[in-house]
Design a protein around this ligand. Structure first.
Ligand SMILES: [Zn+2]
Length: 511
């Protein structure tokens, strides 16, 4: 036989042999569902952010732990509500105003007329959100962002159930399952009493004085604000009925939101009311302090606020604490103002979760702080778009990768999805593209969003990738069996973790 012919045969033999070998290898190593899903994610990433969006929209994302209810509502909904409430629109300020004696003044139009005036409608949406916003001299994203709250404010609190429903419906459509919504009930009578009583820097004593003066009379109304709105939202969604809306599958809890830019008596009154309400109302799972961290009072009284929380935490140790800290960028405040907020929130304010944490590398001894947060399991709620539009911090200027490197738990959240005109999927896409994250990285953050929720009960996970013994070999099922079912009945948090694994199972089975 000609040598070339022999060689061809040999090549063919080798080829057959290698195919047989590959088949044998494939027979041994079949990619599991997570791996197939991971490959589909990589393929979507190669196609670009739009394909990634479609993938991540359907992906189970667990919870959104950092949501301000009013900031989560889209401007269009506020305009409709203002019409129903008979409000007027100041056409110069582009803000809602109350009508005087039932009619609007010069320079104002009834909110009911806005939908017929496309130009005004557009300008109002821009005034109520970051849509079309371009920073100019004297007009920063920071200022425009926080001004939106004044501009769209003024609609009746009766709309709260609609807002809960809007946010929960959007979350359900994106395969989320859990929300912690921040909201501020009426605290004025409590603040008036605190001011009348007079400030006392001994906070345990100040509390005693206020309780003796009837402070607890304010608890039922604040509690009812959350519970009634929640109940009405569930009714709107027909929960428990045959025509139940998808939003019924979202577990909603509330965080008592304290406005920290007010006089110290009013801040103390709110923090105390928050602790009181969260102690008796299972749907209110914790407290948080809000308003621009760089505001004059917020900077001046920062440590004082932490001391208030510290004193009350000793009295109400079961109430969970999340704190906005480090939502600052260099230049926004003097350098000293960047040095201690996150550490103080963790060490003095007993924060279990930090909102933003953007300026961490400007803190004193930042690496020690990163290690401390990892050791104490303090999660950082990451709000990428919000940090971009308010602080002008993005990409490598954001400490996202440092938190990951130092194993500080993180979860993606939206902050104010209505104002930013985004949703949680947008934040997943943004994180995946900006920081080259893998499917498993995103899955880890989704899991953290439930693990670090303020739901009561034991964790389903003993350690990473290892569920508690009772539920071993059962994750991914729809219904738990035997002792696992018993365990889950005892823990609301574990129920949600179980649910997330079931959703992952379904999602990954589709690839
Ligand atoms: Zn926030």
């Amino acid at each position: 036989m000609h040598w070339a012919r022999r060689c061809q045969l040999l090549t063919a033999c080798l080829l057959f042999a290698s195919i047989a070998h590959a088949q044998a290898a494939r027979a041994v190593r079949v990619p599991d569902a997570e791996e197939r899903t991971s490959r589909a994610f990589d393929a979507a990433r190669k196609q670009g952010p739009l394909a990634l969006r479609a993938f991540l929209y359907a992906m189970p994302k667990g919870g959104d732990l950092h949501v301000h209810l009013s900031g989560a509502v889209y401007a269009e909904s506020f305009i409709r509500a203002a019409g129903e409430d008979g409000l007027c629109v100041d056409t110069e300020k582009l803000a809602f105003v109350r009508s005087k004696q039932g009619s609007c003044e010069t320079g104002e139009v009834p909110a009911t007329e806005v939908p017929q005036n496309q130009k005004l409608y557009d300008r109002l949406i821009d005034s109520f959100s970051m849509r079309s916003f371009v920073p100019v001299t004297g007009g920063s994203g920071h200022d425009h962002f926080f001004d939106t709250f004044d501009n769209f404010g003024g609609t009746s609190k009766n709309h709260t159930p609609e807002w809960i429903d809007e946010v929960a419906s959007r979350a359900a459509a994106q395969n989320e399952q859990y929300l912690e919504l921040m909201e501020t009930p009426d605290f004025k009578p409590a603040a008036v009493l605190a001011a009348k009583t007079g400030f006392n820097a001994n906070f345990a004593q100040y509390r005693e004085q206020l309780l003796a003066a009837g402070f607890r009379n304010f608890v039922p109304a604040a509690r009812a604000f959350f519970d009634d709105a929640d109940k009405a939202a569930r009714e709107r969604e027909h929960c428990g009925q045959a025509n139940a809306q998808p939003a019924c599958r979202i577990q909603v809890r509330y965080i008592y939101q304290v406005l920290r830019g007010l006089p110290k008596e009013a801040v103390f009154a709110q923090i105390l009311l928050g602790f009181e309400v969260a102690s008796v109302d299972p749907s209110v799972v914790g407290i948080n302090l809000v308003q621009p961290e760089d505001c004059y009072v917020c900077m001046r009284d920062y440590q004082l606020h932490m001391q208030m929380i510290s004193a009350l935490h000793a009295i109400y140790p079961k109430v969970h604490i999340a704190l906005h800290a480090g939502e600052l960028a260099p230049g926004m405040v003097p350098p000293d103002g960047l040095k201690f907020h996150i550490r103080s929130a963790v060490e003095t304010g007993h924060a279990e979760r930090i909102g933003h944490g953007v300026d961490i590398m400007y803190e004193d001894r930042p690496y020690e702080l990163l290690n401390e947060m990892a050791e104490k399991h303090v999660l950082v709620e990451i709000n990428l778009t919000s940090n971009d539009v308010i602080l002008n911090i993005k990409g490598e200027d954001h400490p996202f990768l440092l938190y990951r490197k130092y194993r500080v738990p993180i979860a993606l959240s939206t902050d104010d999805e209505g104002v930013s005109r985004i949703d949680l999927t947008h934040e997943y896409v943004r994180a995946a593209v900006t920081y080259s994250l893998s499917y498993r990285d995103l899955k880890q953050m989704a899991r953290a969003s439930i693990e670090y929720s303020f739901l009561p009960g034991a964790d389903l996970w003993q350690k990473t990738d290892q569920p508690v013994a009772q539920c071993r070999n059962q994750l991914g099922r729809e219904t738990p069996l035997g002792i696992c079912a018993d365990f889950l009945r005892s823990s609301e948090k574990a129920q949600q973790e179980w649910e997330l694994e079931w959703r992952f199972h379904q999602f990954e089975a589709s690839y």
